[in-house]
Design a protein around this ligand. Structure first.
Ligand SMILES: Nc1nc2c(ncn2[C@@H]2O[C@H](COP(=O)(O)OP(=O)(O)O)[C@@H](O)[C@H]2O)c(=O)[nH]1
Ligand SMILES: Nc1ncnc2c1ncn2[C@@H]1O[C@H](COP(=O)(O)OP(=O)(O)O)[C@@H](O)[C@H]1O
Length: 214
């Protein structure tokens, strides 16, 4: 598959998707994961309530406040943040193991997490911000998801401005008009980033063989 199966050994990258809630990043992340064997989702721990249809260990690790605090104090998180009054954190072990195997990790995290990962692993980080086509459409998508009560929808709309104000800290920005188109754009970014020379760590030896002595 194009870009997903390079024959040259390479360093895994950290592919971060952020967006205001409801812009479509979970849907896009699911699509990318379903079609790319070299991509693994980083499953976060959170203290927020599980939504209908969400599974522990698949969408999130749903943990108590006490467990979250214990994990944070034990340095089990690569980054953590408070979003909408709940704690979220990226467990360190899966990310480190996956990258070591030369595979990529996908993160669905907010701007605070993106900043923290940039600080600890800048070279390996690729940050993409997903924008909705408009404010009205963002609200419509939050309602369409129809899993959050009205006050939560309003709270998320109020937070959208502060999340979106961080768009310029990202490497790439996609306006999510159409899911198929946005998926293709994301895949293009991923493929191009995989081909970056510094990530293809096996390249020097191959080229040396080609060039020979002369
Ligand atoms: N910093 C950080 N943010 C996270 C993490 N996991 C999820 N988030 C962000 O928390 C916000 C709320 O996520 P969620 O409760 O699943 O609602 P969603 O906005 O509908 O996806 C989103 O912006 C997520 O990207 C994490 O481990 N760290
Ligand atoms: N391009 C799009 N066009 C129409 N609906 C979309 C699009 N992208 C996402 N949606 C819908 O909007 C809702 C919110 O998407 P979701 O992926 O849960 O957002 P997020 O993870 O950013 O909160 C879902 O019902 C999803 O099917």
């Amino acid at each position: 598959m194009l870009g997903g199966d390079l024959s040259v050994a390479r360093r895994g990258l950290m592919f971060i998707l952020s967006s205001p809630s409801g812009a479509g990043k979970t849907t896009l992340a699911d699509r990318l994961l379903a079609s790319d064997n070299n991509l693994t989702l980083s499953i976060s721990a959170t203290t927020r309530q599980r939504r209908p249809g969400e599974a522990h260990g698949k969408d999130y690790y749903f943990v108590s406040e006490e467990e979250f605090t214990r994990m944070r104090e034990n340095a089990e998180f690569l980054e953590s943040a408070n979003v909408f009054g709940h704690h979220y954190g990226t467990p360190r072990s899966l990310v480190e193991d996956t990258l070591r195997q030369g595979k990529d990790v996908l993160f669905d995290i907010d701007w605070q997490g993106a900043q923290q990962l940039d600080e600890v692993a800048g070279e390996d980080v690729v940050k993409v911000f997903i924008l909705p086509p408009s404010r009205e459409e963002l609200e419509a998508r939050l309602r369409k998801r129809a899993q959050d009560p009205e006050d939560v929808v309003q709270k998320r709309m109020a937070k959208a401005d502060s999340e979106m104000s961080h768009w310029a800290e990202y490497d790439y920005v996609i306006i999510n008009y159409d899911l198929d188109e946005s998926e293709e754009l994301l895949r293009s970014i991923l493929f191009a980033e995989r081909l970056k020379r510094r990530r293809q760590i096996g390249l020097a030896a191959i080229v040396k063989d080609m060039i020979g002595d002369g």
